[in-house]
Design a binder for this molecule. Structure first.
Ligand SMILES: *Cc1c(COP(=O)(O)O)cnc(C)c1O
Length: 358
């Protein structure tokens, strides 16, 4: 059956194998069968996160875990690093949770610098910081390793990291970098349907969460940990997505992690070649460019809405015409998930054709 294939940066195209995995018969979530399922996927998840900590499954999109991190880990004040739509919104969420918060802002398209983080944390005002690793709206990959090294100088400051669109596309070691929370949603880099968030928490962060009184129930880190020790979740989980995740882990380890990272880098490079060939530019500066999507600066001032519609009408492909305030001045192409040299070649041929018809 033909359908519009998703090259937007989330949700991305879901394979037939993944869809098939989701329709397995259900089990009770307090059953041995469920515990066995969660136990089966745990080692693969730990490897992907680069951690010895348990990985938690939240039946929510990524924002659930993002809000939960604020509610569980901010006692004094949080520094929200803002460099695009998702990271900017995290600051609003902090305020909506009734927390003291400060926005560390850079212009959209620019990365967060470790120096700026250092300068703000040195004030001693903060006990948490949020960083979006791959800012999906601008295509900026922030220097997480360098930022994490700076945060380490300030014990007691929890480093909360969103890896929604970078997870498993570039190496990110939770333990090695000393992160306190690392979270993602299923519908982007993992190419699963939307509806579940995965996250890891450091021991230090978990201990801190235990001291907070108003962390709520649905995203209570202490509850997640207690349940995961028994391979369970606090509330009824989205079991079909966990089946899908099990199938996806099989795909990832069959391919091999290094091959998966190399594939994302190579396919992203093919898209960048297309960008240059047509006289466009990347919105993100060299050295800070995402490997899982490309945010193209519309320096040629083409009609991006028309490009999006030609791609859909003539080629059954969905691309993105730019997010929020950079809609029209940018457009975005995803190479996340299961894309291959062949499917990216199809995308590029379709883009060439559509550009010629503008
Ligand atoms: C998509 C996205 C989110 C939000 O995901 P939801 O699934 O809508 O909760 C957060 N952060 C980044 C970087 C994203 O790309």
């Amino acid at each position: 059956m033909s359908h519009v294939k998703l090259f937007i940066p989330g949700p991305v195209e879901v394979s037939a194998k993944t869809q098939q995995a989701m329709i397995q018969p259900l089990m009770g979530h307090r059953s041995k069968d469920f515990q066995a399922l969660y136990e089966r996927i745990m080692p693969g998840l730990k490897t992907l996160f680069g951690t010895t900590q348990p990985v938690f499954l939240s039946t929510s999109s990524a924002w659930g875990a993002m809000e939960g991190s604020i509610r569980n880990l901010v006692t004094k004040k949080v520094l929200n690093c803002c460099c695009g739509a998702f990271s900017d919104k995290w600051y609003d969420v902090s305020l909506n949770c009734g927390k003291q918060a400060e926005a560390l802002k850079v212009a959209w398209g620019q990365p967060i610098t470790p120096e700026a983080v250092d300068e703000r944390l040195a004030t001693g005002e903060f006990d948490a910081i949020t960083v979006v690793h791959n800012e999906t709206s601008t295509g900026v990959l922030n220097p997480l390793r360098e930022i994490a090294a700076v945060v380490k100088k300030y014990p007691g400051v929890s480093l909360i990291t969103d890896t929604v669109s970078s997870f498993s596309t570039v190496p990110i070691g939770f333990d090695e970098l000393g992160l306190d929370v690392m979270l993602l949603g299923t519908q982007k880099a993992l190419a699963l349907p939307p509806g579940m968030a995965l996250f890891a928490i450091s021991e230090a962060a978990l201990a801190k969460a235990g001291t907070l009184k108003d962390r709520g129930y649905y995203f209570d880190f202490v509850e997640f940990r207690k349940n995961a020790d028994n391979y369970m979740t606090p509330s009824t989980p989205v079991i079909p997505l966990i089946f899908a995740l099990e199938s996806k882990l099989e795909d990832i380890f069959n391919e091999g992690l290094e091959n998966r990272y190399a594939r994302h880098a190579r396919l992203n490079g093919l898209v960048h070649d297309w960008v240059r060939r047509h006289g466009f530019e990347c919105f993100a500066p060299e050295g800070y460019r995402s490997k899982s999507l490309t945010c193209v600066a519309n320096n040629r001032e083409i009609d991006t809405a028309k490009l999006v519609s030609l791609m859909k009408k003539n080629h059954l492909m969905a691309i993105d015409g730019g997010y929020g305030k950079i809609k029209g001045t940018t457009f975005r192409l995803s190479n996340m998930g299961d894309e291959t040299d062949a499917t990216i070649a199809e995308l590029i041929a379709a883009l060439d054709d559509s550009l010629a018809k503008l």
